[in-house]
Each structure stands twice: as C-alpha cells, then as structure tokens.
Design a protein around this ligand. Structure first.
Ligand code: BG6
Length: 486
C-alpha cells in the first residue's frame, strides 16, 4: 500500500489545480508541502500547479508565485531559493473561476497541459470552505475539467449524517468514488503506517492485540494551542466535529482493525469501515464536553456559547476482538500539553508473589504500550522490572523505539506531504471512503441530538474533573508522571 516515501517511482505527469489557492490552508500547508516534495525529488517528472480562486481574489501568475514564495518562506521546511525554487516557481500559474465564468481557469489548465505535452493527469485539490464546495464541484463538472481527473476533498465531510450524504451525492455527480480522496492529515502521519508495521510485521504484538490481553485503549490528542482567533470556524463546529469524528475516529480505525488481506486501498479501508460498523452509537452519558475558561470572552464568540473546546468520550466496539474493552478518546484546546498518544493498557498479571505495595509503587499503570504520534514519534513498552538492590522491589521501566534516533528522520514527510504524494500516485489507502464517513456520523448522532452541557476547565489543565470518572477504574496515561506532577 503506502509505498516508502523515498520510492524511486515518481507519480505520472500532473496538472494540479489548487482551489482556494489564496486561502490559509494553501499558505500554511499545501504550497510549502508541494515545494518540499519537489525538493525531495518526489513530484512527477513534469507537473504544473494552477492556482484558482473567485475572480474577486484573482492573482496574476507573477503574484501567485510571489504569494507561494511568501508562504514557503513563512511555513516551509526549505527556503524558497536556488534552482529548486526557480523550477518550482516556473510551474505555477493562476486562473480565476466563478460559476458561469470559468474561462481563466480552463485557459490556465489548457496552457499547463500544452506546456507539459502528452496526457497529464488532472488533480483538483478543493481547499475551499464548505459553502463554496458544491459550486466548485459543479463548475468542474460543467466545464468538463473533471473528466478523468481526481479530486482531493478537505474536511469537514459534512456536519451530520444528512449533510454528509448530501455532500457525497454532490461529489459523486461528478467524480466516482475511485477518484475521490477525502483527506484527513492525521492519516498521513508516519506513525499511522507504523501502527500497521508494528502490528502486522512483527510476531510480538499482534497476538496480544485483543480483549484477552488488553483491558483498555486511550487515544489522547490534547492541544496546547487555544482557538487562535478562529472563533467563526470554531463556534460553528466545536471540538467533536473538528477533531473526533474526523482525526480521532480515523486513528481508532487503524488501531482496532483486523489484519487486512493485503496492504492495499480497498482491503485496508474495508477493515477500517468494519471497525466503524462495529462501533456502538455514542451514549451521551459517556461523553464529557468542556469549554476553557475565557473562551466566551474571545472576540467573535457568543458570550453564552455552548460550543465545546474539549471532549472526552468512551467508545465501545462490539466485535470479537474488542467487546468489553473501552476506548477512551480525549482532545481539546488550551490544555497542558500538545500531544498525540495512543495507549494500550495490558491486563494485569497476578502480582501476588511480589511485595504488596507494588501497586502503589507503580501508580496502577503497570504494563502499557504507548504509541506517540508526535513528529518524529516513538513506541514505548512500559514494563515492571526489578530495581537493583537486595530486595525484590519492582519499578517501572521503559523499552523505547524512537524514530528520531533510529532512522534518518530527514526522509520523513509531514502528513499533508505524504497524502499529496499518495493522491498523485492514485493510492487511496490513507483516504477516507464515503461509507466510512457516513457510518461515523451515524455513530455520532445521539450525541449531536442530545449533547450534555459543557463543563468549564482551566486553560493549561487536562480538562474538566469529570474525565477521571469517565475512565475509572483506569487512569489517563497523560500526564506521564502523575505522581511527579501533582
Ligand atoms: C485540524 C483542526 O484539522 O487539526 C485544528 O481543524 C487542529 O483545530 C489540527 O488544531 C491539529 O493538527 P495537528 O497535526 O497539529 O495535531
């Protein structure tokens, strides 16, 4: 499936049409990401990137190149200079498009194709807000630009089941599912592929990866940042829709899936969607919604806002592998740390032969497998070992695999870079499928219909106090050293 990032096989020649080229995502992630791929020698041999936006925001080719240069300088990993930059900049052009007035775009795409010669593949990246989505898809259909092309679709994939279905129907009017790449940048993180490697390429872990040996699972993505002025977006969305129904549920799909018959797109996504179908619909009684103190004072936020900036919940998976094993998910803004951690808690062995105070000594968290998704990430097996000395005293010890010190991390790609490359390769393995997305909204429906009230929490904390009861009798893995930090 996911070929190595440094695979020598470049994607076929491409004309990439970046819709929303003047927007925030293009500036922060897409333009810097495409330039990084070019510098790493991972772009197609011949390619052009055509930026597009409504005529009111139109740029000339020169202005678009200057815009891209600024974006790469500000957010890129490599500086926009030298021959690499000159080549990349020369591949950029711009063509505005509005409903019924798309000539500049069609002309720019034709010019780009003529410059490349042959039959380059078209790839449309729709980095546009939901309100602009339908009209852009219709425009691509009406102008014939969509023919044979692929489309990358940004989240949110709807806001509930009905809107997700409507969105999928809109897309399918113009692009069949085999040409649709719904992007969730969490699935582009190295550690997601590494979960597959860890589980299915080793004899060590997979035999333990089930209810017989695992008592609970945590998927914990606290964020240290607050809403960073995105009040308008956030008020209409909230953390559950922004993070859980997207990123955290997708991670859950990879952690919980059965071994796929092959590491290729359909087999992987079939297994992921099976997990989603095995999920019980959410019980609002097992959900803690939180809002950080001060959120209501942010500019653009309703002073009586009920929008959650935090959510923790229990998910249950009713299948033979996971029945009875709670999956606890947590994420939120303005928390103590920014982390991406999956923890599998192993069932306790019989500890009677060891001194009675062993439980206190290890804080009740003896054996855990901890997968850290931060860049560059790590996998830690937390064990109990004997402390050196004359008595049989146990202590926690870690067996750690660290990306940073184990591999040449400079070969790694960021989430967006990895996914843009896979979309150019036509590999859908790490992109979500319409049936999976719709099922997740079905799972979410009871919570959306009857959300519990928000609890406030202090910025810099780990969330409202009620989250402890949610995971009892277990404890949150984070913060890592509870005893030391409390
Ligand atoms: C985005 C959300 O999809 O993911 C943001 O809209 C969030 O609210 C971000 O901050 C987190 O991504 P990462 O990779 O920085 O953890």
């Amino acid at each position: 499936m996911v070929q190595p990032a440094q695979s020598p096989e470049p994607p076929e020649d491409h004309v990439i049409v970046l819709s929303g080229a003047t927007g925030d995502l293009a500036r922060r992630k897409l333009l810097p990401g495409l330039f990084h791929l070019a510098r790493a020698g991972l772009m197609p041999q011949r390619y052009r990137i055509v930026g597009t936006a409504p005529a009111a925001e139109a740029l000339t080719d020169q202005e678009f190149r200057a815009h891209a240069r600024q974006a790469v300088a500000e957010f890129g990993r490599s500086r926009p200079e030298g021959p690499d930059w000159e080549t990349f900049a020369a591949a950029l052009s711009f063509g505005a498009a509005d409903t019924g007035a798309a000539d500049p775009l069609t002309a720019a795409v034709s010019a780009a194709e003529a410059a490349l010669g042959g039959k380059p593949r078209r790839l449309f990246h729709l980095a546009v807000p939901p309100v602009a989505f339908t009209s852009m898809i219709d425009l691509l259909g009406a102008t014939g630009l969509a023919a044979g092309g692929r489309v990358i679709v940004e989240k949110p994939f709807g806001t509930d089941l009905a809107s997700a279905r409507a969105l999928n129907a809109t897309i399918h009017r113009v692009f069949d599912e085999s040409r649709v790449f719904r992007i969730d940048h969490f699935l582009g993180k190295e550690a997601v592929d590494n979960v597959l490697a860890l589980r299915f390429a080793n004899g060590l872990f997979e035999p333990l990866w089930n209810r017989e040996h695992i008592s609970h699972v945590q998927i914990d993505v606290p964020e240290h940042i607050d809403i960073q002025g995105r009040a308008r977006f956030f008020e209409g969305t909230g953390t559950f829709r922004d993070m859980v129904v997207t990123h955290l549920f997708q991670l859950l799909g990879f952690v919980a899936m059965e071994p796929p018959v092959a590491l290729e797109a359909d087999a992987l996504r079939d297994e992921q969607v099976k997990v989603f179908h095995s999920m019980r619909v959410l019980d609002p009684a097992h959900v803690v919604r939180g809002q950080y103190t001060g959120y209501r004072d942010e500019q653009g936020v309703d002073p009586a806002s009920d929008t959650e900036t935090f959510v923790a919940l229990r998910v249950e998976i009713d299948n033979w592998r996971w029945a009875g094993v709670p999956f606890h998910l947590r994420t939120g803004k303005a928390l103590a740390e920014g982390r991406h951690v999956v923890t599998l808690g192993l069932r306790e062995p019989v500890l009677r032969m060891f001194p009675l105070d062993v439980r206190a000594a290890v804080d009740g968290r003896s054996n855990e497998l901890v997968i850290d998704f931060d860049d560059p990430g790590s996998v830690t097996a937390r064990l109990l070992m004997k402390e050196p000395g004359p008595s049989m005293q146990l202590a926690e010890a870690d067996m750690v695999f660290n990306y940073g010190t184990s591999f040449a991390a400079q070969n790694s790609l960021e989430g967006y870079e990895h996914l843009l490359l896979e979309a150019m390769r036509g590999n859908q393995s790490l992109f979500t499928r319409s049936d999976g997305v719709e099922r997740l909204w079905e799972v979410a429906a009871p919570l959306l219909d009857a959300p519990p009230p928000v609890d406030s929490y202090a910025p810099g904390s780990w969330g409202p106090g009620a989250i402890e009861a949610l995971v009892a009798p277990y404890r949150w893995h984070l913060p890592e050293r509870r005893a030391a930090s409390s």
